[in-house]
Design a protein around this ligand. Structure first.
Ligand code: SF4
Length: 297
């Protein structure tokens, strides 16, 4: 079994970014809310223990073998070169570029990753392409310079709990939650569009918390995405987990409507088969599903 403890030697290695070369960079994501995407780093020092879906895929393909391999990232050293080749050909097809599904573009305390990400965002901006970003790192203030970065970019942070013990267990090397939210709020205050991903949201057997407290903390965001915890038997072990997600999805919908925040509930988070929730809650969720089904047509 893999050890959860990283030695001092491993920590030192984690801060020394290695390099790889790739043949292509931009790809069509095929994901419900993203158009094109790119991953300019392989691996991620955050080492999330949800587990990380990207790590699972890389293990399945044999690219990495252990958790420790994953937490020693490699920068794609020819990323800018590849973008310069691909953008002129693809620019008319691209609505926006998502960073990143398989790594973190603002990996905490990784200046090399941050530097490359900023250069990529500038390059996309030169082609007037908007970026949608998600990170568990700290957004630098320089992003509010709209002469360098597209003012339409959307900056997102993952926030599924305010509990420090939960974070040390499941996002052991990501940025501290308070600093993460503060940096995102700075971008919001500078007039940029910000969003929060509340995914994977934990069940009470993993952490006891009040979703209203979290929502209050992030009420400045322009959009909230809520999704259940996948790829683990832990959440399904919680009795009534299906209705737990139904009720919490309803809380998110109501909170966002009341505070005029855009929202999206991820596919399969709401499940109204054999539900025991109140009929008023069921009605709110059914309406949401009906409206999103109509807007997807
Ligand atoms: S931040 Fe994202 S990519 Fe990095 S380990 Fe966590 S889930 Fe994986």
């Amino acid at each position: 079994m893999e050890s959860n403890v990283l030695t001092e030697e491993t920590m030192t290695e984690m801060t020394q970014i290695r390099k790889i070369r790739r043949k292509t960079l931009l790809y069509q994501s095929g994901v419900e809310y993203a158009d094109y995407a790119l991953n300019h780093v392989e691996g991620c020092t955050h080492g999330c223990r949800y587990p990380c879906y990207a790590m699972m895929l890389k293990k399945r393909c044999g690219v990495i073998h252990t958790y420790q391999d994953w937490t020693k990232p490699k920068i794609v050293e020819n990323a800018l070169e590849l973008l310069e080749k691909e953008l002129p050909r693809k620019k008319n097809k691209i609505k926006e570029v998502f960073l990143c599904f398989a790594t973190d573009p603002f990996m905490y305390q990784q200046p090399d990753v941050e530097e490359l990400t900023l250069k990529i965002l500038e390059q996309l901006n030169r082609y007037s392409i908007k970026s949608v970003i998600i990170s568990k790192g700290i957004y630098p203030k320089v992003l509010s310079d709209t002469s360098r970065f597209n003012p339409d970019n959307e900056y997102g942070s993952t926030l599924v709990s305010l509990n420090d013990d939960f974070q040390s267990k499941y996002e052991p090397f990501a940025s501290p939650i308070k600093d993460r939210v503060k940096a995102l709020k700075n971008l919001h205050d500078a007039g940029l569009r910000t969003w929060i991903s509340m995914e994977p949201y934990p069940t009470p057997n993993l952490v006891k918390q009040d979703i209203q407290q979290i929502l209050k903390e992030i009420s400045f965001a322009d959009k909230i995405v809520f999704g259940k915890w996948n790829y683990s038997k832990l959440t399904q072990a919680f009795r009534g987990y299906k209705d737990f997600y139904n009720v919490n999805a309803k809380e998110v919908i109501q909170f966002c409507k009341k505070n005029r925040i855009d929202f999206h509930i991820k596919d399969k988070t709401i499940d109204l088969t054999n539900t025991e929730i109140k009929s008023t809650e069921k009605k709110i969720l059914s309406n949401y599903l009906r409206l999103t089904a109509v807007s997807d047509v």
